[in-house]
Ligand binder design. Structure first.
Ligand code: NDP
Length: 282
């Protein structure tokens, strides 16, 4: 029977720690760290994500501002908004909620955010820093996974680590962080041949592919640590991960549930990055 890696509990504990640090920051500097989120258009999922970020900020005492722009906002206008926020010393973190409407080039927007305020760590400078290991910010989801491993006493050092997925926001940085943690890392993707031959070798398996219940018990090693980043809907419309949780539960040594695993950690790491940004900007 696996240990359940409880992201909800870890996240709650971390938010208490962050709230304490925010309080100290306010006492010392007379103002709270601040995060500005820009959302363009009406995408319902994005609206929910932004509301969750706002709630989490309020919970920890971080000041948040949401800038809501219409779907037909031009790229130049958005770039101007970012320039203003870059120059505003009362703004510590800037986040542009993705996806953006098709007429806007996401790369241009993300890379315009000052690297010191890029709390998603998606801009080229912060991506480069992840490669070299000299970073202030890490992308929130892979950072959340590393924090979960750390708090459950699971070290990647010397382990076979297999990452499913190679996106810029999850799979690639995840692989890099596991490598920085001295794991031996294999990255699999949709063109990987004989996926199971890789997953079965994994001491630590991280799945971020966005396929409901794709990872079955016969694809994992006995005693593996299974981290499920995926957020999907099953055939009944219920939230589920990439991993067949019930099927893998008895075989894994530790496993994250969905919901309640990696998900809550993502927003928590954003709060942590905002606090770090504020401290660095003093
Ligand atoms: P992307 O769609 O950007 O990337 C998916 C990756 O999975 C790609 O590299 C793709 O390969 C690979 N892939 C897809 N199907 C297969 C397959 N059958 N076998 C092997 N590899 C496959 O997704 P994201 O990285 O943005 O997100 C992944 C999942 O994580 C989603 O469910 C998303 O909702 C969730 N997510 C959860 C977060 C959280 O906070 N918990 C945060 C961010 C994402 P290829 O490159 O060859 O196309």
């Amino acid at each position: 029977m696996a240990t359940v890696i409880d992201g909800k509990a870890v996240s709650a504990k971390m938010r208490e720690e962050i709230a304490e640090e925010v309080k100290e920051f306010v006492e010392k500097h007379g103002r709270a760290p601040s995060l500005t989120v820009i959302i363009v258009g009406e995408d319902p999922a994005s609206q929910v994500y932004v509301r969750n970020k706002e709630k989490a900020c309020i919970q920890t005492g971080i000041r948040s501002e949401i800038i809501r722009l219409p779907a037909d906002t031009g790229e130049e206008e958005l770039l101007c908004r970012i320039d203003e926020l870059n120059g505003d010393e009362n703004v510590n973190g800037i986040l542009v909620q993705l996806p953006l409407p098709d007429h806007i080039d996401e790369k241009n927007i993300i890379c315009r955010i000052s690297p010191k305020k890029d709390v998603d760590a998606f801009g080229y400078e912060n991506v480069g820093r992840i490669m070299t290991g000299e970073y202030d910010f890490l992308p929130c989801t892979p950072a959340g996974v590393m924090e979960l491993l750390r708090r459950y006493g699971i070290s990647p050092a010397g382990k076979e680590c297999v990452v499913l997925g190679r996106s810029n926001i999850v799979g690639k940085p995840m692989a890099m962080l596991l490598m920085h943690g001295n794991g031996t890392v294999t990255v699999c993707h949709s063109k990987t041949k004989d996926l199971s031959s890789h997953t079965k070798r994994a001491d630590i398996l991280v799945s971020a592919i966005g396929r409901a219940k794709f990872v079955k018990a016969d694809m994992i090693k006995e005693g593996a640590v299974v981290i499920d980043v995926g957020i999907n809907r099953d055939e009944d419309g219920r939230l589920c991960g990439d991993v067949d949780y019930e099927g893998c539960f008895d075989k894994a040594a530790a496993i994250t549930p969905v919901p309640g695993g990696v998900g809550p950690m993502t927003v928590t790491m954003l709060l942590k990055n905002t606090l770090t940004a504020a401290k660095k900007q003093i």
